[in-house]
Design a protein around this ligand. Structure first.
Ligand SMILES: [Zn+2]
Length: 153
């Protein structure tokens, strides 16, 4: 296990790179996920995506229902029209807290650590965390949202 350095800054190119699908859950992928979990713990986060540790695999981890859940090739297949707005931070943007609108309910497809396809319906906090992490896998950060402001007022 290893704690990985977290990439910082909205203009860092790796944070703007779209990730690539993982063809197979190899030993190396499992090791990367273990390291990401340890890194997230150390940073007291509730989610972490591979670009934040300088990688390009389509992988993130998220606290879902209080449990750290590895999400390989996650894809949000539907989002509720109904949204709510809440404060979000990001381990790659220290001291930035923005009010971000997110769908209240989403449906998510992903592959688990055993290489099995999973489908879940997520709501509220769980849905918010996963939407934030899946954004990272597309190179999107919270500062990109229209209602966000970097000033703290
Ligand atoms: Zn983030």
């Amino acid at each position: 296990m290893a704690i990985l350095p977290i990439v910082i800054g909205p203009d860092n190119p790796i944070l703007r790179t779209k990730t690539k699908k993982v063809p197979k859950v190899t030993k190396e992928i499992k090791q990367l996920i273990k390291d990401m979990i340890e890194t997230m713990h150390e940073a007291s986060g509730v989610g972490l995506a591979s670009p934040q540790v300088n990688r390009t695999e389509r992988i993130c981890i998220a606290v879902i229902g209080g449990k750290i859940t590895p999400l390989i090739n996650p894809k949000i297949t539907s989002k509720s029209k109904e949204t709510d707005i809440d404060q979000e931070g990001c381990l790659s943007l220290p001291n930035v807290w923005l009010m971000i609108p997110r769908s209240i309910e989403i449906k998510l497809d992903y592959v688990d650590l055993q290489g099995k396809k999973q489908q879940r319906k997520l709501m509220h906090f769980d849905a918010r965390v996963v939407q934030h992490e899946v954004d990272h896998l597309e190179g999107v950060l919270i500062v990109d949202y229209p209602h966000s402001s970097l000033r703290s007022e």
